[in-house]
Write a protein that binds this ligand. Sequence first.
Ligand code: GMT
Length: 393
Amino acid sequence: MGIDDHAPRTTYHAQHVRIGITCYPTYGGSGAVATELGLELARRGHDIHFISYASPFRLRGFAERVTFHEVTQLEYPLFEQSSPYALALAVKQHEVAKREQLDLMHAHYAIPHAATAWLAKQMLEHEGLHLKIVTTLHGTDITLVGQDPSYYTLTKFSIEQSDAVTAVSAYLRDETYRAFGCGDCDVRVIPNFVSSADYFPPPAVDDSYRKRLAPKGHRVLVHVSNFRPVKRVGDVVQIFAGVRKQLPATLVLVGDGPDRDLAEHEVDGLGLRKDVRFLGKVENVGDVLRGADLFLLPSATESFGLAALEAMACSVPVIASDAGGIPEVVRSGETGYLAPPGDVATMSQRALQVLQDPAEHERLKRNAAARALEFSADRVVPRYEKLYEEVLA
Ligand code: GMT
């Protein structure tokens, strides 16, 4: 999947659909994409019902035609650590589908959302009602968790039982075929998209975003993630260390997660404390990105790399791993540079090369912003609408 595979900006007019969306509500790409998709679909006149254990983090305030339904669970001593959330979710999906007369349930991240949607569908069938299931595969539901023996058969079953399956990159589609060998499941690639309302380049002469992040004269490098091991945040700090040796620079880390302590230790170990800022979870990530010169994403793998796309939409070139679906988003030499995962030396050297050459930096910034437009909501969301129509036909 690349630019050429993207449908042209379309004037496609979809029928009105009542859609349930189940996703993880926490800080993470799949929940972000699911929520932005729901909001875009609501703007286009569809009725959207989010179903999860908490309101998705990007669902801020009231939006027309959008309702959130919280999955509540009985606390019971017998359950101890095994509180069966998936069953409560299936019950809520069934209840909402029936009451709101949903046409389809869109499950984001297969485990357990696609499986619980199937359970809800079976309960509805029993009552003479029909519900279609669309499943979007996001990443580790296929590459890691879904392949674990404890989830493998159910993940495969959920994919095969869905009425339509999408993957966020060609890499993830191929990985699904390879790992699950589901010959019958036609996995369609619909890439992630970026909202131009939140992610846009800073005005040309406006230095205010940068000023809030770093002292005058510093170059600003930014990393945004959920600090899981797959993100290799230790590499982020080491890449920055290589840059900092040559240039005045500040590293801004946005997000939080299990490897935050590791990153903090790495920063102290390398004596970088005064030039590194840990912001934790922030809402207005676009405002941080608009103050950045470079974005770092040295992950072990990414099915897509939504964070890189959001940086590019703010006109920030990306230094990232040449892994998974990242090359489908970041074009090495055009919108940033890619290097093998773990190759910190090359990533540092590329970062320096860009930051020390203003003309090269400008070229990459322009290309990054232009490339991100290929993934605009206007281009991508109609592809979901078209898929829904096919499923409901
Ligand atoms: O699959 C995951 O690890 C979780 C998921 C998330 O919720 O953050 O991330 C994946 O989905 C994003 C949205 O589609 C992609 O941009 C990320 O690349 C992908 N993460 C991985 O593949 C590690």
